[in-house]
Design a protein around this ligand. Structure first.
Ligand code: NAD
Length: 223
């Protein structure tokens, strides 16, 4: 349950994720502000949640720095330089960054890690599908699943991407052996799972109150 005194700034306020977060908070007394109209002082405790665009990244980082508050960062498609800036910020303020805030996708990551160790001789393919308006390809989640699997023994892990219609988000990791196939799949039915995950991260950061550090959903879910 979100702290009723919470003050939350959302960048991407009017976007699909911004709307979803506001809907989940509708019955609470949390105070929610649109980042566009929040340049003055805000009351504490204050958390900034970003689900906008990598084009807005530098501006958002500068404003989060000025507010000196924790940041929950959901925007995907960040460049390597932008990731370095996020790491820089996390040495001064607490940041939770994850390319996928859903609980299921984070469990998938753990299962994939386990299967990757057990099935070293199997070849691996990652498949991801999203709605046609998604800007980054392959998805951040597919890239982080590949990162989990990369090892000395496994250098080639192709990612197949599909963009179309209103697909909320699907990730499958297929382990192919000579005589058997293991497929691990996560499918989003409603994007509120991302919003709910981001709010778990908000609760976690308010409870833990780290002065700085870069965290992800695995940290949030392990707590
Ligand atoms: P959307 O297109 O519906 O909304 C984007 C919002 O950002 C809009 O309010 C838009 O006005 C704002 N915006 C865009 N460019 C901007 C700029 N230059 N400056 C200021 N504001 C700007 O997108 P969405 O589906 O809500 O997704 C937003 C981001 O979150 C995307 O990067 C998406 O990939 C990511 N996402 C992450 C997760 C996760 O779990 N980490 C889940 C879903 C979406």
């Amino acid at each position: 349950m979100v702290n009723t005194n919470l003050h939350l700034i959302i960048s991407g306020f009017s976007g699909k994720m911004g709307k979803c977060i506001r809907t989940l908070l509708a019955d609470t007394s949390a105070h929610i502000y649109d980042a566009h109209h929040c340049l003055g002082d805000c009351l504490q405790p204050l958390v900034w949640v970003d689900f906008s665009s990598s084009n807005a990244f530098e501006q958002i980082l500068e404003n989060v720095r000025k507010k000196a508050c924790p940041l929950i960062m959901g925007t995907t498609g960040l460049s390597k330089a932008q990731m370095r800036q996020l790491v820089w910020l996390s040495k001064r303020q607490a940041v939770v960054y994850d390319s996928n805030f859903s609980v299921g996708a984070n469990i998938l990551k753990k299962l994939v890690c386990q299967a990757g160790v057990a099935l070293k001789n199997f070849s691996v393919t990652i498949f991801e599908a999203h709605h046609g308006a998604k800007k980054d390809q392959p998805s951040g989640t597919a890239k982080s699943l590949r990162q989990v699997l990369l090892s000395e023994q496994r250098k080639q892990i192709p990612i197949l991407s599909l963009r179309g219609g209103g697909i909320r988000g699907e990730h499958s990791v297929i382990f192919s052996g000579m005589d058997e196939i293991l497929s691990l799949k996560h499918e989003v039915l409603d994007r509120k799972v991302f919003a709910q995950g981001a709010l778990y991260a908000v609760e976690w950061i308010m409870r833990k109150k780290p002065s700085h550090g870069l965290f992800n959903m695995q940290d949030v879910l392990e707590a």
